[in-house]
Ligand binder design. Structure first.
Ligand code: NDP
Length: 329
């Protein structure tokens, strides 16, 4: 597994990171979660992504336990703040109060003294950027956070945040957007803005939540145990990937399988390799409900796809690709 620098920072992340949204603490039991984390470590993955809100905070706890005994210096632990973690009016958002409290709670659940990259999980229009970045700055000065990131912020929000980050000497080094062969909304605005600021992309759902694994076939029942079919996964799948569960998309995806075969990859490997062809992408965060998926998907790293193959993919997907920057966030 190769590493890539996270934007213009000195931090190296593994090209493929393992995330635990929906899976740990919800869709899969702790034994499977542990097996997935260890399959990732065995494959050379060093970067792990979670969030306080995942599985109502259980995901951080499960990840903290799974990583117990692993040399802290050998991994990069990333988590996020913003979405509600309680019912109180301050249990959410990017206020100084919630960010400080959320960070302390994440550190406890992850059983660590510091977070490598701490993300603002969304933009918070109800709090001034000054307040948010001062809180980030203090967490960094306290040594509880090493680097800072934002997730699903627009180009304009990122540019404004970067100006404050520079003023306060906050290492804002990462953007975490959705990016896949089907969802390319960051290409026109977010990536150029981040490039100007030295911010790297750590992208989520490179398989469009499993659609790009090819297992969802047109006119067939949902595969048993798949994210779309389980109570833990279905609501999230429906909201963010439901749009792709239609015949034209699924037929196009099945055509991509032949492209994958031609280049000696499986379809999930091709989808991950595609994301990693973009030089602005520092890492692709994969999810897994089984260790075998991790073992298969890591082979999408370190692959060079010829221009001809990239063109074939574009021809097959054509108008099915979402590119509208207004869909960010
Ligand atoms: P993917 O697009 O990689 O989807 C992962 C899911 O696809 C797996 O859980 C599995 O689901 C299925 N899958 C994976 N590999 C295979 C395979 N080889 N064959 C068949 N099915 C496969 O990523 P996620 O949507 O899970 O997102 C990854 C991470 O990104 C999250 O864990 C989180 O850390 C981060 N994220 C960040 C967000 C943000 O707002 N910042 C939002 C969403 C995610 P199953 O087997 O259950 O069908």
């Amino acid at each position: 597994m190769n590493g890539r620098k996270l934007g213009a920072s000195g931090l190296t992340v593994s090209e493929i990171a393992l995330g635990n949204w929906i899976t740990h603490g919800a869709q899969v039991n702790n034994e499977t979660a542990n097996a997935c984390v260890h399959a990732a470590l065995d494959a050379g993955i060093t970067t792990f992504d979670t969030a306080d809100v995942y599985s109502e905070t259980r995901a951080e706890t499960v990840l903290g336990q799974a990583l117990k005994g692993i040399r802290r210096e050998s991994i990069e632990l990333c988590t996020k703040v913003y979405h509600p973690t309680g019912t109180g009016h301050n249990d959410r958002g990017l206020s100084r109060k919630h960010m400080m409290e959320a960070c302390h709670a994440s550190l406890k659940r992850l059983q660590t003294d510091y977070i490598d990259v701490y993300y603002a999980h969304r933009f918070d229009p109800t709090v001034s950027l000054d307040e948010t970045f001062l809180a980030f700055s203090d967490l960094v000065r306290q040594g509880k956070v090493l680097y800072v990131g934002v997730s699903e912020w627009t180009a304009d929000q990122i540019t404004k945040g970067a100006a404050l980050a520079q003023e306060l000497r906050v290492p804002l080094v990462s953007s975490q957007p959705q990016y896949s062969m089907l969802w390319r909304v960051i290409e026109d605005e977010v990536i150029p803005a981040c490039q100007r600021e030295g911010i790297g992309q750590v992208v989520w759902s490179p398989l469009a939540q499993g659609i790009l694994s090819g297992k969802y076939a047109p006119d067939k029942p949902l595969p048993l145990g798949s994210r779309a079919s389980t109570s833990a996964g279905a609501p999230f799948f429906e909201r963010l990937a439901g749009q792709w569960l239609r015949t034209d998309v699924l037929l196009a995806v099945s055509k991509l399988s032949s492209v994958a075969l031609e280049v000696g990859l499986t379809l999930p490997q091709l989808a991950i390799a595609w994301v990693l062809q973009n030089p602005h992408v520092s890492a692709a965060i994969i999810g897994a409900s089984k260790p075998e998926q991790v073992q298969e998907n890591v082979k999408g790293a370190g692959v060079r796809l010829e221009l001809e193959v990239m063109k074939q993919i574009d021809t097959i997907l054509d108008s099915l690709v979402e590119r509208d920057p207004a869909k960010t966030g």
